[in-house]
Write a protein that binds this ligand. Structure first.
Ligand SMILES: [Zn+2]
Length: 462
């Protein structure tokens, strides 16, 4: 994670030629909310500190010249050319944090064993917690699969059969050892029996019998397992009796709990409820006003965001697809370490669709993400703007340049003719441009922060 170590701090002080006291004064001057500087340094990203140093360079160069420039583009160019004289800015990618190495097979195994121990003592929630922790340091898919399978047993004992089925499926997905596969099929079958999914139960019993060949069992033990499976099969209700194994696929329907929906849509802003109007006044800008009584629990906005991000310090706790808390049925990402889904349902949705998803967004350069998203709020916003733009091909912006960026309208979408709707890529990006472009009303200090951040992003990309 992007923490500033004492070494890095010493390096920064050396580069700018200031003492520790001067450095701390500089930091406090620019971040007055910092009362305990040392403590804060541990929480800060290297970018927070670097930004203060860059800001100092710009202020020393003279802000008057910068303030006289008319356009944002000119200002960014001016700052870029001034900062290019600084070695740290020129080599900005040296500042990108190395991702902390979490992989530790021994630790993962220890955590899994702690989970087993808690399970034996019937401390089920504790057991789940340890299995989930073991994912973080797991260094192979197999280790993850073993913990997932163990967690499925906990869910079985808690009578949480759907969760158990999900974990069995996840364990197979992560490459559960072939010689043990019969076990997860048997467990899935027992869950299916409990929740009345007879067809799936039979399918899984047959799979268990089939995969039992690969199990490393004594003859005696094998016979016991076979007999158990036979008993389970015979106990199934009659309608499944003549079912034959088709293609080996294990299909279990798992219900999704996302049921929040807009009941009626606003004519101009279809993502808003009809109970809300968009108004404008110079003080508040555009804002939403209720036009009728809104019932408690009524959904008033439903929208797929253009982009989002998660502070890298929060990725263990936040699902990278739906942003819910990961919780007890979390499933690790198969592609990227230290990213998690809240459930197998989310995992499958993300991998099956072209959904916007942090895993995909981070694929290019997670170090860039770590640098910006662990820093201050305006840095994260810069990263979001970058992603929002990157999610369309360059052609889109070139073709629509005049329509998208023809000027800022603070009343965008309000006095439009009957039949106009905020929909389609052009309108949505034009709306975004109108939302984020009020640079003339930003306090000078904030504007300078944003300009520097944007310049650093530009340099990082080049
Ligand atoms: Zn989720």
């Amino acid at each position: 994670m992007a923490f500033l170590s004492e070494e890095m701090k010493a390096q920064l002080m050396k580069v700018v030629g200031v003492s520790k006291d001067e450095f701390n004064v500089l930091l406090e001057k620019h971040s007055p909310e910092i009362s305990k500087c040392e403590e804060n340094l541990v929480r800060s990203s290297p970018f927070d500190i670097q930004q203060i140093l860059f800001k100092n360079i710009i202020e020393t160069e003279g802000l008057n010249e910068l303030n006289e420039l008319k356009t944002i583009e000119d200002k960014v160019e001016w700052i870029y050319s001034r900062l290019m004289m600084d070695q740290d800015f020129r080599n900005i990618r040296n500042l990108l944090p190395e991702r902390k190495e979490f992989k530790d097979s021994i630790k993962s195994k220890e955590l899994k064993e702690k989970g087993n121990h808690e399970f034996q003592r019937k401390n089920y929630q504790e057991a789940i917690r340890f299995y989930n922790q073991s994912f973080i340091s797991a260094s192979s898919d197999k280790e993850i699969a073993l913990s997932l399978a163990n967690r499925s047993v906990v869910f079985f004992n808690l009578k949480e059969y759907s969760n158990c089925i999900q974990d069995c499926k996840a364990a197979l997905l992560f490459g559960y050892p072939q010689e043990l596969v019969y076990k997860v099929h048997e467990r899935t079958a027992r869950c299916c029996v409990q929740i009345g999914q007879t067809k799936e139960a039979k399918e899984n019993i047959l799979q268990a019998k089939l995969t039992l060949n690969k199990a490393k069992l004594s003859e005696e033990r094998r016979e016991t397992v076979e007999a158990d499976l036979e008993t389970l099969l015979k106990g199934l209700p009659a309608e499944a009796a003549d079912h034959t194994l088709t293609n080996g696929a294990v299909k279990v329907e798992i219900k999704d709990d996302s049921h929040l929906k807009l009941l009626s849509r606003n004519k101009k802003f279809p993502n808003l409820s009809r109970s809300v109007d968009i108004k404008f006044n110079p003080e508040a800008g555009r804002h939403a006003v209720a036009n009728s009584k809104i019932q408690p629990g009524e959904v008033i906005l439903e929208e797929i965001p253009l982009t989002w991000t998660i502070n890298p310090n929060q990725t263990l706790r936040t699902c990278i697809r739906c942003l819910k808390q990961t919780g007890k049925h979390m499933v690790p990402s198969k592609q990227r370490e230290n990213l998690f889904y809240c459930s197998l349902v989310c995992y499958n949705r993300a991998t099956e669709s072209a959904d916007l998803n942090l895993e995909k967004m981070q694929a290019d350069d997670h170090r860039l993400v770590d640098l910006f998203c662990s820093a201050n709020e305006s840095s994260a916003t810069t990263m979001l703007a970058f992603w929002a733009i990157r999610s369309q091909p360059l052609d889109f912006f070139v073709t629509n340049e005049s329509a998208l960026f023809e000027g800022i309208s603070p009343e965008f979408g309000i006095n439009t003719p009957e039949g106009w709707k905020l929909e389609g890529k052009e309108q949505i990006y034009k709306n975004l441009y109108n939302l984020v472009s009020h640079t003339d009303s930003l306090p000078e200090e904030t504007l300078l922060d944003i300009l520097i951040t944007s310049t650093v992003l530009l340099r990082s990309l080049s």
